[in-house]
Design a protein around this ligand. Structure first.
Ligand SMILES: *[C@@H]1O[C@H](CO)[C@@H](O)[C@H](O)[C@H]1NC(C)=O
Ligand SMILES: *[C@@H]1O[C@H](CO)[C@@H](O)[C@H](O)[C@H]1NC(C)=O
Ligand SMILES: *[C@@H]1O[C@H](CO)[C@@H](O)[C@H](O)[C@H]1NC(C)=O
Ligand SMILES: *[C@@H]1O[C@H](CO)[C@@H](O)[C@H](O)[C@H]1NC(C)=O
Ligand SMILES: *[C@@H]1O[C@H](CO)[C@@H](O)[C@H](O)[C@H]1NC(C)=O
Ligand SMILES: *[C@@H]1O[C@H](CO)[C@@H](O)[C@H](O)[C@H]1NC(C)=O
Ligand SMILES: *[C@@H]1O[C@H](CO)[C@@H](O)[C@H](O)[C@H]1NC(C)=O
Ligand SMILES: *[C@@H]1O[C@H](CO)[C@@H](O)[C@H](O)[C@H]1NC(C)=O
Ligand SMILES: *[C@@H]1O[C@H](CO)[C@@H](O)[C@H](O)[C@H]1NC(C)=O
Ligand SMILES: *[C@@H]1O[C@H](CO)[C@@H](O)[C@H](O)[C@H]1NC(C)=O
Ligand SMILES: *[C@@H]1O[C@H](CO)[C@@H](O)[C@H](O)[C@H]1NC(C)=O
Ligand SMILES: *[C@@H]1O[C@H](CO)[C@@H](O)[C@H](O)[C@H]1NC(C)=O
Length: 620
């Protein structure tokens, strides 16, 4: 099956890209005719059945219901619903669900994974407690690796899963399928843990998805088919290739990454006018076409948009689109996307602040850095293909991407760089100004190398890039916060997130290298010291979170009394207290947790000399 590309006028080069990826798509895409290309199920996507069940709050998490496969054929389930009707009592709805659905996540089948015992990274850890913990953590990959098996479904029965050909690592907790940008940090960890075959399977699954759907959906469920997530696939291919030199995978990936790039260009490009000069540039925003509650967050979205707001249809559709777009950003939700930066005191569920979402009018610095990196890497990889095969089209594409990267960098410097604050910021189309607000998103250019040459050579600039981040690290004892706004939203203060801390540390390492090149080393700021300090806080937060929830190391570290669990790795952390999980947001804090494990292994592989902290035992 093949998605018909949109027939809008496109650049000749775009056509070249499409035809290049078509050739690959036709030779490699699976022919599973049951694979949906849009979300159209009356159970999992939209309609009265979904609305009635979700608004009845049968489960405390809206995601539970849409992850339940049916026990009976679809037409029978729909008839059974029609028999009770949209005005059914809570008991009747509950009975309908129990009679017609299996438990959530029944499609997920654990895979027997032989982890690599004693990967080299363990030799880098001297502290016996931390070494024991890391060794335990190394086995967690086996607990998080699954495949989908839907053979239990009766003839005509349905499930919301999208078919996936190979095994994959899930984040954990309520996330019972793979996720797009999470997987980059998982893959980084898998490579350090010496499981490159698992990393390859995950990347191949993603390449299949782009081939099939024309873009990479948020995750492997049909209700994610309306949106993507931060475009990290190129970064996955890059770290995997650098670690394995697997040419075959790279050759498969290039034309498919062309296709992913084409999606971002076609669906998310906007014109941005520089308020200083009046010059126009093309940059990208997150942009989801959607006019209804997200099925997996139906109840929350409905309350936010439609219950008692009195909004007209235009406002309703716009807010649903901004909610879904917020999910596409990966930072759902935070003050980066809202007009109000302060929570209302009578807003425990954050409905009011979310009504001020303005996601699509923000030009995010992280998204544009990722796209710049796609352009730069594809320019390099196409040049490599040209050299190898003497292929003229690859040569042209290489030059075309090079030009795109150059244009984007000029645009980013013009509208996102702030000389006074020595920072990159998001640009706000509503106000035609930068959002001058600290967030680690501003470190993406330094992580990925999207740094204009005049800045990259300027010692004064380089030495101040981390001033705001360092200030917040001096203020709070934990990891780097996602923002300075205390909004109750989960990507704001007091929460710090593993992926953003990884990017901050990588950015510090890279800026340190740039500083070395300016030959002002003698009076340079100690960015490697700052990166190590952050890594220490990260390792301590993850370790203490695990220890206060029952983690132990046989013969070295006894379990705290009265623990029923054996240690959790949290998805996010409270920056005010080492070892306390983050809070807020649409769902309860999740344990598992893919990207936390990945960043922990990366930290152990990159820095040395960690010492086990003394954790406070007052867990929340
Ligand atoms: C549900 O009840 C409302 C009012 O109580 C009524 O207007 C509506 O027609 C009913 N819907 C169905 C499907 O029975
Ligand atoms: C991982 O799986 C093993 C074997 O099934 C189990 O003993 C262990 O408790 C699991 N660990 C976690 C953290 O869930
Ligand atoms: C899928 O599950 C069925 C049981 O429902 C089992 O018989 C079969 O072996 C499983 N398939 C694979 C590939 O593990
Ligand atoms: C991208 O844009 C095309 C053309 O407007 C549209 O058909 C498609 O649904 C969009 N893709 C997504 C994932 O929104
Ligand atoms: C996807 O977008 C279409 C068009 O806006 C909408 O009709 C549909 O309900 C959306 N589906 C999901 C699952 O969000
Ligand atoms: C809408 O909000 C009101 C007041 O907060 C609440 O009582 C009612 O249950 C809500 N409606 C739904 C469908 O949840
Ligand atoms: C919807 O409400 C907004 C805000 O009050 C208003 O600007 C807009 O004109 C209204 N649109 C329609 C179609 O009524
Ligand atoms: C370096 O950056 C500073 C601060 O933005 C600026 O004042 C200075 O002129 C720049 N130096 C060079 C050589 O460009
Ligand atoms: C955030 O706000 C909450 C409640 O308003 C307060 O308890 C907490 O201390 C604040 N945290 C920070 C870091 O300001
Ligand atoms: C960070 O702040 C501390 C405390 O003010 C200071 O000693 C240190 O030099 C700063 N580090 C960097 C890299 O700016
Ligand atoms: C453990 O639980 C028991 C029973 O609830 C309680 O009596 C005891 O004080 C607890 N011990 C600790 C160390 O918390
Ligand atoms: C933890 O506490 C012990 C005993 O009080 C002390 O010897 C050790 O240095 C502390 N470790 C750290 C990392 O602070």
């Amino acid at each position: 099956m093949w998605l018909t590309p949109s027939l809008k006028p496109v650049l000749w080069t775009s056509l070249v890209i499409l035809s290049a990826s078509n050739a690959i798509a036709e030779s490699s895409s699976s022919s599973d005719s049951n694979m949906p290309l849009t979300c159209d199920s009356p159970i999992y996507c939209s309609g009265d059945l979904l609305k009635t069940v979700q608004l009845a709050e049968i489960y405390s998490d809206s995601k539970t219901f849409v992850d339940m496969p049916t026990k009976n054929p679809l037409d029978q389930v729909v008839s059974a619903f029609n028999a009770i009707g949209a005005n059914a009592s809570h008991d009747a709805i509950q009975k309908f669900v129990t009679d017609n659905f299996w438990e959530a996540g029944k499609e997920l089948q654990p895979v027997t994974l032989q982890v690599t015992e004693n990967p080299k990274v363990l030799d880098k850890i001297d502290d016996t407690t931390l070494k024991g913990w890391a060794s335990d953590l190394n086995h967690y990959w086996a607990n998080l690796t699954f495949e989908f098996n839907t053979t239990f479904l009766c003839d005509g029965c349905v499930s919301s899963t999208l078919p996936v050909a190979r095994r994959f690592v899930v984040p954990g907790g309520r996330f019972r399928e793979f996720y797009y940008w999470d997987s980059y940090f998982v893959i980084v960890g898998l490579l350090v843990s010496e499981l490159p075959e698992v990393a390859k399977d995950m990347i191949d699954n993603f390449l299949d998805f782009v081939d099939q759907y024309g873009f990479l959906p948020n995750g492997a469920r049909m209700y994610y088919l309306n949106r993507s997530q931060p475009p990290f696939l190129t970064q996955m291919v890059k770290v995997y290739y650098e670690s394995t030199k697997d040419e075959e995978l790279l050759s498969r990936a290039i034309p498919i990454l062309d296709k992913e790039y084409q999606f971002w260009q076609a669906n998310t490009t906007v014109e941005v006018k520089d308020p200083k000069t009046g010059q126009s540039y093309n940059l990208n925003h997150y942009n989801v076409e959607n006019n209804s509650p997200r099925p997996e967050s139906y109840y929350e979205d409905y309350q936010t948009v439609q219950n008692g707001t009195g909004y007209n249809q235009t406002q309703i559709e716009s807010l649903y689109a901004d909610l879904a777009t917020g999910a596409e950003t990966g930072w759902d939700y935070c003050a980066r996307w809202t007009r109000n930066k302060e929570p209302a005191s009578d807003d425990p569920n954050s409905y009011k602040i979310l009504r001020t979402l303005n996601t699509r009018n923000v030009i995010p610095v992280d998204l544009n850095s990722l796209l710049w990196s796609m352009e730069s890497n594809l320019a390099e990889w196409h040049a490599g293909q040209k050299a190898k095969r003497d292929d003229k089209m690859s040569g042209n594409l290489s030059q075309w991407y090079q030009r795109k990267a150059k244009e984007r960098l000029e645009a980013m410097e013009a509208v996102m760089w702030n000389e006074e604050h020595t920072s990159f910021y998001d640009f706000n189309l509503s106000s035609s100004t930068q959002n001058v607000d600290f967030t680690p998103a501003g470190y993406y250019p330094f992580w990925l190398g999207a740094v204009p040459e005049d800045l990259a050579k300027n010692y004064t600039v380089l030495s101040h890039v981390f001033d705001e981040g360092n200030k917040t690290l001096n203020e709070y004892p934990g990891i780097l916060t996602s923002s300075l706004h205390n909004t109750t939203l989960q990507w704001d203060l007091p929460n710090g997130w593993p992926p953003l801390n990884y990017i901050a540390m990588q950015a510090m390492i890279n800026v340190d290298k740039l500083i070395q090149k300016t030959k002002k080393k003698e009076d340079s700021v100690d960015l490697l010291g700052l990166a190590k300090e952050l890594a220490t806080r990260f390792v301590s937060s993850a370790f203490c979170g695990w220890y206060v929830t029952g983690g132990s190391v046989p013969g070295v570290l006894a379990q705290l009394p009265n623990q029923t669990d054996t240690g959790h790795m949290f998805e996010k952390f409270n920056v005010e207290n080492i070892g306390v999980a983050g809070s807020g947001g649409e769902y309860t804090v999740q344990a598992g947790f893919g990207w936390t494990n990945g960043v922990t292994f990366w930290a152990f592989d990159t820095f040395e000399g960690f010492v086990a902290p003394n954790c406070t035992t007052t867990s929340s």
